[in-house]
Design a binder for this molecule. Structure first.
Ligand SMILES: [Zn+2]
Length: 59
């Protein structure tokens, strides 16, 4: 499945959760966006474990 949805490349540092966009820049912080297809998290557990890990690391 191919997707045109893009995600802020700096969302891990700048946002609490992925910021999706169809443009080449993040609408929130103007960072470049990258294709969201190669998801950085396990597709079988898209958000739960990943967000817990993120919180553990940054706060
Ligand atoms: Zn952003």
């Amino acid at each position: 499945m191919k997707s045109d949805i893009r995600v802020c490349s700096a969302w891990r540092e700048r946002h609490d959760r992925p910021v999706y966009s169809l443009s080449s820049e993040c609408p929130v912080c103007s960072a470049k966006t990258e294709n969201s297809a190669p998801a950085p998290f396990d597709p079988e557990d898209p958000y739960g474990e990943y967000r817990r890990a993120l919180k553990r690391r940054s706060r």
